[in-house]
Design a protein around this ligand. Structure first.
Ligand code: SF4
Ligand code: SF4
Length: 203
């Protein structure tokens, strides 16, 4: 799924967690720095550019932007994002494209609005990260080491492989576990993280 909904560029926030390994958060910015799921290929498989985004500059900054064919080509770059740093900050924060600027996931929004307290928001992020880690681990067990691709793409590819080639019972059991983990992650993502795009205002 390409990120094309309002949300915020999270991981790009200039703040850092209070201390490495410290999992308490007091602000939505710190929540993002504990998360990074909207940049690392867990929630989305790419980011679609919009009019006003400077494709040439983004390319020069190292984002592998490709353009669709057709009369009005649309730019896109894949996730996991090349600009995402190990500490979950965004290397291109000042230059990040519009989708990254405006995206705010549901957990972020709820916390910012005061409807979810920081500890509960952090629990949701940690739960999603645990599920994503489980998906990665199971993919690895099945021989997929391609960490440069989004989780959804990796799962789809594995599904195709399982359908095309006979697998031994152990691999089938692992694939069943993987399918369940992906299903749980998707449910959580739809329930807590994805947000609806804003409706165009009538003029
Ligand atoms: S998914 Fe939400 S909490 Fe996580 S980094 Fe993105 S905006 Fe922040
Ligand atoms: S440019 Fe990449 S790392 Fe930065 S906010 Fe956008 S998706 Fe995240």
């Amino acid at each position: 799924m390409t990120r094309s909904r309002p949300a915020s560029g999270p991981a790009g926030l200039a703040l850092r967690p209070a201390a490495a390994g410290c999992w308490s958060v007091t602000s939505s910015e710190q929540l993002c720095l504990a998360c990074g799921l909207c940049c690392d290929g867990t929630l989305f498989d790419g980011v679609q550019l919009e009019p006003g985004d400077d494709v040439r500059r983004l390319k020069s900054l190292g984002l592998p932007v490709t353009l669709s064919r057709g009369r009005n080509p649309v730019g896109r770059f894949p996730q996991p994002c090349k600009a995402l740093c190990a500490d979950r900050t965004c290397r291109l924060y000042a230059d990040r494209p519009r989708q990254c600027r405006i995206f705010e996931c549901g957990v972020f929004k709820e916390m910012q609005a005061g409807r979810t307290d920081p500890a509960a928001a952090l629990r949701q992020v940690k739960k999603a990260r645990r599920l994503a880690d489980r998906v990665r681990k199971l993919l690895l067990q099945l021989g997929d080491t391609d960490e440069q691709r989004a989780l959804g793409e990796r799962f789809f590819r594995m599904q195709c492989r399982m359908e095309e080639q006979p697998a031994d019972p152990a691999a089938l059991a692992t694939f069943a576990d993987l399918s369940l983990a992906v299903h749980r992650l998707k449910l959580l993502a739809h329930d807590k993280f994805y947000t609806r795009p804003p409706q165009p205002s009538a003029k």
